[in-house]
Design a protein around this ligand. Structure first.
Ligand SMILES: Nc1nc2c(c(=O)[nH]1)N=C([C@H](O)[C@@H](O)CO)CN2
Length: 131
C-alpha cells in the first residue's frame, strides 16, 4: 500500500467543552495518512489517477474551520468519514492535536486508524512472504 499524506494542517476552529472554548477559536493541527496505490498516476504522470492532496487539504480545512464540536474525538471521526466517503479512501490514519490546551504539555490529541489497508504491493520491501 502506498500513502499520500498531509502534515501539520493548521486550522482555527471552535472546539472544547468549556465555556471559554465556545467563545474563542483555537488552533488544531491535523496529520493524515491516506492509503492508496500511486502506480497508475506515476506510470501516466496524471493527477486524475491519484489522490489529489490539494483537494483533500481544502475539503478538510473548510470542514474543520466551520465545525463546532466539543471533543477532538468527534472531530477526528467526522474528518475520517468525510475523507473516506468523498475521496473513496479505503484506509487512513489521522491525528488531531490541540497545542497549548494543557499548560503542562506541548500538545494533546487523538490518533485514529479507520478502514482496511490495501494489500501489500507484491515484491515491495514492505510486503510479507505471501506478497
Ligand atoms: N479525550 C479528550 N479529553 C479532553 C478533551 C477532548 O476533546 N478529548 N477536551 C478537553 C477540553 O476541551 C480541553 O481541551 C481544555 O483544556 C479536556 N479533555
Amino acid at each position: 500500500m502506498d500513502i499520500v499524506y498531509i502534515s501539520e494542517l493548521k486550522v482555527d476552529t471552535v472546539i472544547g467543552i468549556f465555556d471559554w472554548e465556545r467563545a474563542h477559536r483555537q488552533v488544531v493541527i491535523l496529520n493524515v495518512e491516506l492509503g492508496t496505490d500511486i502506480r497508475a498516476a506515476a506510470e501516466h504522470d496524471d493527477i486524475s489517477k491519484t489522490l489529489n492532496y490539494k483537494a483533500v487539504t481544502e475539503a478538510l480545512f473548510g470542514f474543520v474551520r466551520d465545525s463546532e464540536f466539543q471533543l477532538i474525538e468527534t472531530l477526528a471521526e467526522r474528518c475520517a468519514a468525510l475523507i473516506m466517503v468523498e475521496f473513496n479512501v479505503p484506509w487512513l490514519r489521522l491525528s488531531i492535536t490541540k497545542p497549548g490546551a494543557m499548560r503542562q504539555a506541548k500538545d494533546v490529541g487523538v490518533v485514529i486508524e479507520r478502514g482496511t489497508p490495501l494489500s501489500p504491493i507484491p515484491g515491495s520491501r514492505l510486503g510479507n512472504a505471501n506478497g
